[in-house]
Design a protein around this ligand. Structure first.
Ligand code: ZN
Ligand code: ZN
Length: 285
């Protein structure tokens, strides 16, 4: 029965090459572009900064706030939440509501036939990239995000999710223009390396949790899925690599559990500092 269900699921799971062209173009610019524009120290600093800042937007905003509601915003919650939804769109991973809907679905059916990006059942390539390029998953899983859909400001950024990436790309170009030859850079270099290359890295850093975090590392808890804890992935993803801990206690804000894991859960450290400053309140789980 499970086998026939899986065949049914796989029949309409195909990559749409035509609609995936923007995905390939971003990769081409981000990987090949630097050979044409050259690389300067300042462009590398901006690219790495935008990688880690936006990784925090993915983990601290898209994942721990919108997907799991693991902490509350204490200062102007509605306005701040809208701003957070905008910041999330700069990660070029659609809107926070779309992202949360698929992530919640993953937790509901982890490594079961319904899981859209199970590394165990569908392979490494499908879990890492394939499902993102499949038209079946381009839409939001509405049933799982009723709590988020009621906010019009969130739905605005859901609809105009390309606004954030365009604003960030323009800001990168302006920064390059401003710094200019005296810093060894240019607007095109800052656009290509600062925006596109860091975006490609950010994508694969994020995708690695769907793929490699269900493959490499150790299992502390028997969660009934393949989720694992990986020190290496925790560094790359600001703490998301403690993925087996997370599958064990999904709505707990921190993903580190042992004292030595906390320094490598940078997302938690930032949210805890925000809590000490009175901006947010971590929910007790
Ligand atoms: Zn997982
Ligand atoms: Zn999660």
């Amino acid at each position: 029965m499970i086998g026939s269900n899986q065949n049914e699921l796989e029949r309409d799971e195909k990559i749409d090459v035509l609609h995936s062209i923007p995905f390939f173009i971003v990769h081409a610019i981000g990987i090949v572009g630097p050979f044409f524009t050259g690389i300067s120290k300042v462009a590398v600093v901006v690219a790495l900064s935008l990688y880690f800042i936006r990784m925090f937007f993915v983990t601290g905003i898209g994942h721990r706030y919108f997907s799991h509601k693991s902490y509350r915003v204490m200062v102007c919650p509605k306005v701040t939440q809208g701003l957070m939804a905008f910041l999330f769109t700069t990660c070029v991973q659609k809107g926070a509501v779309w992202w949360a809907s698929h992530h919640r679905h993953h937790h509901k059916h982890s490594d079961k036939p319904e899981d859209v990006h199970s590394r165990k059942l569908r392979g490494l390539y499908w879990s890492h990239i394939g499902w993102i390029l499949c038209p079946k998953y381009h839409s939001t899983n509405e049933k799982l995000v009723g709590d988020l859909k009621k906010y019009p400001e969130l739905m605005f950024f859901e609809r105009f999710h390309l606004l954030g990436p365009v604003v960030l790309a323009v800001l990168c170009a302006i920064l390059g223009l401003w710094l200019g030859p005296q810093w060894g850079t240019s607007w095109i270099q800052m656009l290509v390396v600062g925006f596109f290359t860091s975006t490609v890295l950010l994508w694969h850093g994020t995708f690695a949790i769907n793929s490699f975090a269900h493959m490499i590392g150790s299992q502390r808890f028997n969660t009934g899925d393949e989720s694992r804890n990986s020190f290496f992935l925790a560094i790359l993803t600001l703490g998301e690599g403690w993925h087996n801990n997370h599958h064990h206690a999904q709505n707990r804000e921190a993903q580190a559990l042992m004292w030595w894991e906390y320094p490598f859960d940078v997302t938690h450290c930032i949210i805890r500092i925000a809590e000490l400053a009175g901006f947010v309140q971590i929910k007790k789980r």
